[in-house]
Design a protein around this ligand. Structure first.
Ligand code: FAD
Length: 507
């Protein structure tokens, strides 16, 4: 019978390479200097100067420099450094371990690097001995304050208790380790982000403040490409390719708390070698943002997924923790039933996690006509589906706007797009324009009612006037003593889609 630790196959990647980090840095410094860059060592940034949410300069221990752009590439100190400009950077360090042995007979150098993800290990030769590193299932977070600001060319203390299970795995895989002389257990801090991808691009809060940090243990391997993409972003105003998964604007504020970060960072370290099954959900830093109907969904045994910090039902009637696989998922039957109900009758979709932005003021219409590609000059009571495009004709956002009055619109944007879209709108305001842009996401819940029987249901609910609505029209009404704005998004073979936004009273 096969044992969980048996090897049944391996992949050899002959083109894999290896670099010494200090040699790599020296080469980058040489290249940058030869192209005119100035490098100041032993010089700390002590402050960031901003005016009207724009970078205008940097204060350092050697004096001030006026500038239009700053890139914060300061590893685990990036959260604290970015805060000098009012920018949230959710990164938190964990301790990262590798063991070094004295020379071992037969280790001749330049052997392939061995990655054994099931055992959470990477192993390679080092100075005639072996280097055994790990991405253990649960990492060990460390407070940056404990590390200190002057930590450089130093190591953290050894922790054999934490490393021992990995050492056992390593000795099972490479029995020669049992007789090897241990030189040291090296321990260094590295920063991790809430989703394991780094932050690369301009911050949401401050124009000209760029981020290149949160490297999640791959900063050396990815540094060249990340640096190139960051430089492109600073020079051209956008990344060279779609790097949405690294966009710093993808995080809600709730991930920036110490509690969320200290819970999440160790889990993220553990996912480095884990299999990323479809439907996988992280376990820590949950329940950060709940929709008003959360407890109702719990009553229906919802299985929740986290999006932009929100807990959203993925399916109902959950019987147990779903077993993850690449095959037919464990929740297939539940979802099939829900789809069946929506096709045959109607279903409610909790879309409260949508981002909502209030755009108001006497120039609101003129402003939105400039940044959106649809005609926003519609009468109050109309809903408008539109896109915001960039100068290259690419999509920045697609959104639905409700025109609430002559000088007020409410925009509904993607759940995880709110920070990006909010920043995009604010940055396109012209001086003197009478427009106020406000994030009102938490003020309104959103429910979608979809399916062929929605009209019948509207009548039963005592709001037959909803059935008089034309396409992309909305009206104010009251359902179950809750005041709502109900909009008709579309009518199709499937029936109506009524989208209501219960006001504050529903929340
Ligand atoms: C044990 C260990 C093994 C690793 N192995 C690998 C590997 O095999 N492959 C890989 O790709 N990655 C590896 N990594 C991860 C890699 O080292 C990091 O991802 C990378 O060093 C991060 O680079 P960085 O420039 O973002 O941050 P850092 O290397 O931490 O550099 C940040 C710099 O900013 C400076 N700084 C901070 N605050 C200020 C301020 N206010 N003013 C001026 N300067 C400031 C700091 O002094 C520091 O020099 C490993 C990490 C560890 C700990």
């Amino acid at each position: 019978m096969m044992n969980a630790n048996d090897v049944i196959g391996a992949v050899w990647s002959p083109d894999d390479g290896r670099v010494g980090p200090s040699d790599l840095c020296a080469a980058l410094v040489k290249g940058a200097r030869s192209r005119g860059a100035k490098i100041f060592e032993h010089c700390g940034v002590t402050g960031i100067k901003t005016r009207r949410d724009r970078v205008i300069g940097v204060e350092t221990s050697a004096g001030e420099i006026d500038c239009e752009a700053i890139a914060i590439c300061t590893g685990l100190w990036s959260r604290e450094n970015a805060a000098m400009a009012g920018v949230e950077v959710p990164v938190w360090p964990c301790e990262h371990f590798y063991l070094l042995t004295n020379p071992i007979d037969g280790i001749t150098g330049n052997l392939p690097t061995l990655s054994d993800h099931d055992s959470h290990l990477y192993i390679r030769d080092d100075s005639g001995g072996l280097l055994v590193g790990c991405f253990e299932p649960v990492g060990k977070a460390i407070d940056p304050a404990q590390i200190g600001k002057d930590f450089a060319f130093q190591l953290l203390p050894e922790d054999w208790g934490h490393f021992e299970p990995m050492l056992e795995n390593a000795m099972h895989r490479l029995p020669c380790l049992a007789d090897a002389d241990i030189r040291m257990l090296l321990n260094g801090p590295e920063s991790f982000t809430p989703d394991g991808s780094f932050l690369l691009g301009e911050s949401a809060e401050t124009s000209g403040l760029f981020l290149g940090c949160g490297m999640n243990s791959v900063g050396v391997a990815t540094g060249g490409g990340a640096g190139m993409a960051l430089a492109h972003c600073i020079v051209h105003g956008h990344t060279p390719t779609d790097l949405y998964e690294a966009d710093p604007k993808r995080y809600p504020s709730c991930f920036n708390s110490v509690a969320a970060l200290t819970a999440r960072a160790p889990e993220i370290l553990g996912t480095h070698y884990a299999i990323h099954y479809p439907g996988i959900q992280l376990k820590t830093a949950r329940n950060l943002k709940l929709t008003p109907l959360h407890s109702r969904w719990q009553d229906h045994r919802a299985h929740f997924g986290q999006f932009f910090g929100w807990e959203r039902p993925l399916y109902f009637d959950r019987q147990h923790e779903p077993e993850l696989c690449f095959d037919k998922p464990a929740w297939f039957e539940q979802v099939a039933r829900e789809v069946g109900y929506a096709h045959a009758a109607a279903a409610i979709f909790d879309q409260s996690s949508f981002g909502k932005i209030r755009v108001s003021g006497s120039d609101a219409e003129r402003f939105l006509n400039r940044v959106c590609c649809n005609n926003m000059t519609r009468s109050p009571g109309r809903a408008i589906y539109t896109a915001m495009l960039n100068s290259r004709g690419g999509y920045e956002s697609d959104l639905t706007a409700l025109r609430l009055s002559t000088d007020e619109y409410r925009l509904y944007v993607g759940s995880s797009a709110i920070r990006r879209d909010f920043a995009w709108l604010r940055r396109h305001l012209e001086p003197g324009e009478q427009v106020e842009v406000t994030d009102v996401t938490d003020d309104h819940a959103v429910l979608g009612l979809m399916g062929p029987k929605t009209a019948e249901m509207a009548a039963q609910l005592g709001v037959p006037e909803l059935n008089q609505l034309g396409y992309f029209e909305f009206c104010d009404t009251v359902i179950a003593e809750v005041s709502v704005q109900a909009a008709l998004r579309w009518r199709s073979g499937l029936g109506n889609q009524l989208r209501g936004t219960p006001g504050r009273s529903a929340v």
